[in-house]
Design a binder for this molecule. Structure first.
Ligand code: ADP
Ligand code: MG
Length: 510
């Protein structure tokens, strides 16, 4: 179908109002590629292949409407935050305090949990985030998902009970610290007339039974809430009189950007908290879309879910991708490998997610042969004809034969060069696209200099933070007053030599 747009109608119209720029096709040659906002995209590529700089950051920078984006690297945030701030307000969920000086996203996990549906969704989001951090593959994946489900029963009960009685996340944490001994939530769920019926039973069921199962459930529950057990993280992310909760709805209304900044850390995964916040933001956007007189958000709301399995393995992603893209919520997710997606979602769900993704973008460099093979099969074959010349005793003869060969062999997918990717979009023929890295060229230089400025500002804000040496001195001063310091100086181990006459703990503050 050819669409003719009258000149007057097209004046002032920009393609970024309806889609994001993916790149330019190389095979077939020379066509600009745009992904409409009502199409979902999945990006696969090894670390450093260009997922963030070639696709997600450019899409975010160019997007005229509100957005949420997940990240694992501070630089990826600092690269785009200045420009997004010019478009609207920004809020950064920054549990680890990596980006001081930027407006913080403050959120109360208990808010809204009077509604059992909210409590359940929130608990499931928190516990879903434990799966990717807990295991590295194999059978353990299923066990991790089982305990995530068990632990969700506990957390949903706790959230609901806290919300019903005006308690805060601090109370929830006191229950999570020792769930079996926590009688209050059980009592509240049993007594409160507004509590969801039978939830006391669910809670009791998850916390009583074989000691091994209960033990694992408790561990998973604590893992889901582990970030909040860090006082500094709680202070940053949970509302207080000094730190009021962020108005997510107003951010979305004003074309704002919500950044969820995690980090690759085997000790403290931010994934449970980030997943729960992402669900809350997406639910808010969805409610706004359905309440809108147009029945959708316009301009659309873009969700750039970078490093999906390790940042925000949203349990609802498949359903959202199926239903919400028509309501003005647009999804781009990225994963390093197929395997990571399977660990987070399980084989069946990961497959459905993959199958439902409208536009697949696959970078070279992936070492997973089975995945490359599958993509090669997906791209399909082409029929070539062979002409064979024979020169025998009977004279020279030619024969013709048809043969099906893969359009792209698995190893050709692995060896796709940098700044290029294979694009498999709906029912279109496969395309090898040339991508634009956002830090290339003169516009890239400008972006990099903005990154430098943003780094400088964050660096300055970091310098005014309290020094750990000052905190240590303060803590020790209190301990001396309260007689919490060891009364007898530590003896050196037999056979070792004390380096100084003073025991080291007493140095500097005597
Ligand atoms: N500030 C920078 N300056 C120059 N090169 C960079 C910068 N940041 C990242 N790169 C390079 O760009 C490439 C793509 O990075 P990125 O998009 O972050 O990869 P991915 O998101 O797939 O892990 C990487 O090879 C990386 O080394
Ligand atoms: Mg990246």
């Amino acid at each position: 179908m050819r669409l003719t747009v009258r000149r007057s109608a097209s004046k002032g119209w920009k393609p970024n109002q309806v889609g994001w720029h993916l790149g330019r096709s190389r095979f077939p040659r020379g066509v600009d590629l745009w992904v409409p906002y009502d199409r979902t995209a999945g990006v696969f590529g090894a670390q450093g292949s260009g997922k963030t700089l070639d696709l997600l950051v450019p899409a975010l920078l160019d997007h005229p409407g509100p957005a949420i984006t997940t990240l694992t690297k501070l630089d990826d945030l600092l690269l785009s935050v200045g420009r997004r701030q010019r478009r609207g307000p920004v809020a950064v969920l920054d549990p680890f305090g990596q980006a001081p000086g930027l407006p913080a996203l403050v959120w109360d996990p208990v808010a809204g949990c009077v509604d059992p549906a909210v409590a359940e969704r929130r608990a499931k989001a928190f516990t879903a985030g434990t799966v990717s951090g807990a295991v590295s593959g194999g059978k353990a994946d299923n066990a991790a998902r089982f305990y995530a489900a068990e632990s969700a029963k506990v957390l949903q009960g706790f959230f609901h009970a806290a919300a019903l009685t005006g308690r805060s996340v601090e109370h929830v944490l006191s229950w999570v610290a020792n769930p079996v001994a926590a009688e209050e939530p059980m009592e509240i769920l049993r007594q409160h007339p507004a509590s969801a019926r039978f939830w006391d039973g669910l809670l009791a069921g998850a916390l009583h039974g074989s000691p091994d199962t209960v033990g694992n459930t408790i561990t998973t529950t604590q893992q889901a809430m582990s970030l909040f057990f860090q006082p500094a993280i709680r202070q940053r992310c949970v509302p207080s009189t000094r730190n009021p909760a962020t108005d997510v709805r107003s951010l979305i209304e004003n074309n704002g950007t919500i950044y969820l900044l995690g980090r690759e850390d085997p000790y403290a995964s931010a994934s449970p908290l980030m997943t729960a916040v992402a669900e809350h933001v997406l639910d808010t956007a969805l409610a706004m879309a359905t309440a809108s007189p147009y029945g959708r958000l316009a301009p659309s709301f873009l969700a750039c879910l970078d490093e999906l399995p390790s940042t925000t393995p949203l349990p609802t992603l498949r359903v959202r991708m199926a239903n919400e893209r028509a309501l003005g919520l647009s999804f781009i997710y990225a994963s390093q490998t197929w395997r990571q997606l399977v660990v987070s979602y399980g084989e069946d769900e990961a497959r459905s997610l993959f199958g439902l993704t409208n536009v697949l973008v696959i970078f070279g460099g992936g070492k997973d042969y089975a995945f490359n093979r599958e993509v090669s099969d997906l791209v399909g074959t082409t029929r070539i004809s062979r002409q064979t010349l024979t020169d025998g005793p009977g004279g020279v003869g030619t024969s013709h034969a048809g043969e099906d060969v893969p359009v792209l062999r698995p190893e050709q997918i692995r060896t796709l060069p940098e700044r290029q990717a294979l694009v498999i979009a709906e029912n279109a023929a496969p395309i090898v696209a040339r991508l634009t890295r956002c830090i290339d060229g003169s516009s890239g230089q400008r972006l990099l200099s903005e990154l430098g400025d943003a780094r400088e500002r964050v660096g300055q804000a970091r310098r005014v933070q309290v020094d750990v040496a000052v905190e240590t001195a303060r803590a020790l001063a209190y301990s001396r007053e309260a007689r919490l310091t060891p009364s007898v100086p530590a003896e050196p181990e037999p056979g070792t030599q004390a380096l100084t006459d003073d025991p080291p703990t007493h140095q500097g503050w005597r």
